[in-house]
Design a binder for this molecule. Structure first.
Ligand code: CAA
Length: 258
């Protein structure tokens, strides 16, 4: 697929997917979402890729679903086409880690796309929000669900009911983002973080994703059992032998994803 609304660059085992629809502030229309899904699917299948980064421009990560494209749609249109259902699954279900690098606005579907990634690093100019209430609708890609799990009921209600924006400082304080960095250093820091992830055993990386994500879906007792069983299973890998031997021998581990 030739991309017109995203730019994909792969270097040093990191696939950077840059949303690039500046005239519409990276609004998520059908084409952009299809291109994003295709890029993530290809990165998943590419053995050279060990970590992905989704980012936007300095001004905007994404200003949400494309309002102009949605404005005339009926209930039947969006329900029968399952708007933002299957089309978002490549990001949601990715096995490889995805970092959202957010600068500027991450609103509506933009905030939801960022939350769908494994974690968010944001610039100090970032603004997060779920302003769908101002459009006579509600969030539709996780703004009432993932946001509540990130920041708790009170802030999630506040943001979804009023449509107010949350700045970077509040986002970090509330647990929405993992780090805030100066806007000019966003990609440098994010690529550094991605490089650290890329050098780990991909078996352990997948096990971490599975286990952390499981914590959303199950009770604590079941989650702890799941984690312990996954931990036990790691002892069947060469990378466990290598990682622990390297520690004992005071050297850097050479993981082989085996
Ligand atoms: N969809 C379509 N086009 C959009 C857009 C969107 N979500 N957001 C911005 N644009 C377009 C504008 O229409 C404008 O286009 P023109 O130049 O052709 O008029 C262009 O991008 C620039 O936008 P502004 O002039 O508004 O830029 P600004 O700097 O003054 O304001 C902003 C920036 C605060 C982000 C403002 O654009 C804004 O409020 N955008 C809408 C945010 C929003 O409501 N998002 C939720 C969408 S619904 C959703 O996401 C549902 C869901 O959960 C699935």
């Amino acid at each position: 697929m030739a991309y017109e609304m995203i730019i994909v660059e792969i270097a040093d085992h990191i696939c950077v997917i840059k949303l690039n629809r500046p005239k519409a502030l990276n609004a998520l229309n059908g084409q952009l979402v299809a291109e994003l899904g295709d890029a993530v699917t290809h990165a998943e299948a590419n053995d050279k890729v060990r970590c992905m980064v989704i980012t936007g421009s300095e001004k905007v990560f994404a200003a949400g679903a494309d309002i102009i494209e949605m404005a005339e749609k009926t209930f039947v249109d969006v329900a029968s086409g399952d708007l933002f259902g299957a089309s978002m699954m490549p990001v949601q279900d990715a096995k490889k880690p995805i970092i959202a690098a957010v600068s500027g606005y991450a609103l509506g579907g933009g905030c939801e796309l960022a939350m769908m990634c494994d974690f968010i690093i944001c610039a100090d100019n970032a603004k997060f929000g779920q302003p769908e209430i101002n459009l006579g609708v509600i969030a539709g890609i996780g703004g009432t669900q993932r946001l509540t799990r990130f920041v708790g009921k009170s802030k999630a209600m506040d943001m979804n009911l009023t449509g107010r924006f949350m700045d970077a400082e509040e986002a970090e304080r509330s647990g929405l983002v993992s780090r805030v960095v100066p806007v000019k250093r966003l990609m440098e820091v994010t690529l550094d973080v991605a490089a650290k992830i890329a050098e780990k055993s991909q078996i352990s990386i997948k096990a971490v994703k599975d286990s952390v994500n499981r914590s959303y879906e199950t009770t604590l007792a079941e989650g702890l059992l799941f984690e312990r069983r996954v931990f036990h299973s790691m002892f069947a890998t060469d990378d466990q032998k290598e990682g622990m031997a390297a520690f004992v021998e005071k050297r850097e581990p050479q993981f082989r994803d085996k």
